[in-house]
Each structure stands twice: as C-alpha cells, then as structure tokens.
Design a protein around this ligand. Structure first.
Ligand SMILES: [Zn+2]
Length: 372
C-alpha cells in the first residue's frame, strides 16, 4: 500500500481490509471481498491482492467514465499486479510477470475488438492487453513522466469520473507531445499486436530489416535493438514505422554477431529471427517458447491452444479449474516453429480454466472460460 501511495497518490479512504468470501474478488472501497480459496501460504495469489488494492486508486478514487472506458479501471489494476511484483519482489519477478502473465494472456484473442468500447468487458483485451498498453505507455513516456502523469490524473479526477480522452490529455501534457498515434493504434482503433520478423545479415554489409506480418494492421513503435559483438553489447532505439508492405529497414547499424529486439520486453508482440550469412539462411524460428493464443474464448467444448517453440522438445499441456484441480493433461513432443493442440472439454462443467504449457525449462499459462 505504501508503494501504491508513493507512486499514485495518498490512500484516501478511512480503512482497508480483505474479507474472505466464498466468491471473489471485488474491490468494494475499504473492504475487498477476497476469494477464500486464495488465502494460501505460498503467495501464489499476491497478484490478486495487488489488483484489488490498486482499485482504491483506479476504480474507487477515479472511476472510468462509462463502460467504454472500463480499461481505465481493469487494465490499470491488471498492470498494478505487475507493479506490485516490481515493488514488493523486485525487477526479475516484475519482468517475468509481464511476460508470462500479461503479455502471454494478451496474445490470447478473446475477441478481436478494441480496448476502448470493447466487444466483451471481462476478457483479456480489457484486462491483460489493457495492462500491456500501460506497460508500453510507461516505456514510451519514461518512468518519471509516466508516474507523474498518473499522479496528476488522480488529482485531477479524484472522486470523479475520467474518460480515455481525459487520460490521454493528461499524458500528453506531461509528455509534451501528441500521443494520438499511440492511443489510436493500441486503444481506440487498433486490434491485435505486431508480429515481427527480424532479418539481420551477420556477414554482409550491416543491415537490419524488421518486417511486420499483415495481420490486422501495422504498428509504429520505438524499438530497442540490442547487438552483440564479441564481448560488447550495444543498444540503440529506432522508431520503426513500417511501409505499406510492413517493412522497415536501416543500414545505420554496425556489424554484430547477433541481434535481438526489445530485450527488456516492453512491447506486446511475437518475434521471429532470421539471421543471414553469405552462404546460407537459417530457417525462421521463434526466439523463445511462447503460448500464442487459446481460442475461441469463451469456448464450448473444444479449445485450440496455439504456441511456438524454438526447437522440438517435450511439452506437457495441463488444464486446471479455479480450485486448482487438474482437469486435463497431455504430454507430447513439439515441432520447431508453430504448433496447435486441442482440448475437448465436453465432459467438464462451465467455468474458468487455467491452461498451462510446460517445457523442461519454461511454463506459460493462460485463462480460458468454458461456457456451456
Ligand atoms: Zn479489477
């Protein structure tokens, strides 16, 4: 609570408590209703404590203008799950939470609509994608301006309502430049997220191409490029504005042994790398194991789980219900590249399920709703 107050503004209510209940969670001001099954000793539900507490700033103190602006409550509170990790547990847990719990879930298309005026209020677009947009806004504005803008937004709209346009105006005042391009592509108009193919010639003249697959539109972002040459790491940020073919090219780069983009994981995206030499070109393989999507969501009765793997490796697919009971398990060997598995839940009852993929070194989890 001290961290939230230090970064957002003072806690303005008389008291605060969590109340165990058979169902949860709900951010009633001063008295959060908290799911009794989440009262455990292993700290596995800390994210939910952070989420509901943060609603005392984003939701209870400043309330979203109307349903179209719901992400100002829920996207913010979902990002506060990660901020709680950052402030209580540290940088590594924060980065891991953003990657595994927010970005992986946000790539799960529970609908294809926009964050603003969403097709469905209680899905990953408003919650997890909204959180990823806050993470990217922090990256674009920088820590100092981002948190100052949040404090100002709180003071300006305290005990009142705010629209997305209000929030944008406050951010632009502090950023001292327009953010229309950002809000249009991520909040008001754009859907989905960029899928980048990075091509770098490791032997020929240095040039870097970042191609965006035309899925649902192109995104313009500042992208940090990290190059390795011998023992040195060189980082540089470029504004990547794709042309009509989705390509962006620079020769304004030096010779590296290898390259990766966005090394700190700010951007909601999927990346594959294609390193060229003068003799052969390597196949395009994903940089890391990623759960791309679980669809449709809600589903009935079959859920398709799409993931990418940098290599053939053993993978276990599990589904858990909200009580943590195993509902499904299957082990198999993945193919390098893109993979899809299906879970037929025709013998299961309606509810939330956690879909988990594990490799020998990594775990990815996403939430899906069975609606019969
Ligand atoms: Zn919430």
């Amino acid at each position: 609570m001290n961290s939230f107050a230090a970064n957002f503004g003072p806690f303005v209510f008389d008291r605060f408590g969590y109340n165990m209940a058979r169902n949860g969670d709900m951010e009633h001001a001063t008295s959060v209703t908290h799911y009794a099954g989440a009262v455990v000793a292993n700290r596995g539900w800390d994210w939910l404590l952070f989420h509901e507490m943060s609603h005392h700033w984003w939701g209870d103190w400043v309330t979203c203008g109307d349903w179209r602006d719901l992400w100002l409550n829920e996207g913010f509170a979902s990002y506060c799950e990660a901020l709680g990790m950052e402030w209580v547990r540290g940088e590594a847990d924060f980065r891991a939470y953003v990657k595994n719990d927010l970005q992986a879930a946000a790539r799960n298309p529970s609908g294809t609509g926009t964050i603003y005026d969403p097709d469905y209020f209680w899905g990953t677009i408003v919650y997890e994608k909204g959180a990823c947009v806050m993470h990217m806004l922090r990256y674009v504005m920088g820590d100092s301006l981002f948190f100052t803008a949040l404090q100002d937004y709180g003071q300006q709209f305290a005990f009142s309502t705010a629209t997305t346009a209000d929030f944008q105006t406050v951010c632009e005042t502090h950023y001292d430049s327009t953010l229309q391009w950002f809000f249009d592509q991520w909040v008001f108009e754009g859907v989905g997220y960029p899928r980048y193919e990075v091509t770098y010639d490791i032997i020929g003249p240095p040039q870097l191409t970042i191609h965006q697959q035309q899925t649902l539109g192109y995104f313009t972002m500042p992208i940090e490029v990290e190059g390795y040459v011998e023992d040195a790491i060189i980082r540089r940020t470029y504004w990547v504005e794709p042309d009509q073919n989705g390509d962006w090219l620079t020769t304004d780069i030096q010779q590296f042994d290898s390259v990766r983009i966005d090394p700190e994981g700010w951007i909601l995206k999927l990346v594959t790398y294609h390193l060229l030499s003068n003799t052969a070109s390597a196949p395009v393989l994903p940089e890391s194991f990623e759960l791309v999507s679980a669809y449709p969501n809600p589903f009935n009765p079959t859920l398709s789980i799409e993931f990418v793997s940098p290599a053939a490796q053993p993978v276990t697919l599990r589904a858990f219900d909200v009580q943590g009971r195993l509902a499904f398990i299957e082990s198999f060997v993945s193919s390098p590249g893109s993979n899809t598995r299906a879970w037929n839940a025709s013998d299961k009852s309606s509810g939330i399920y956690w879909i988990q993929l594990t490799t020998p070194t990594e775990t990815r989890t996403v939430k899906a709703v069975l609606l019969k």
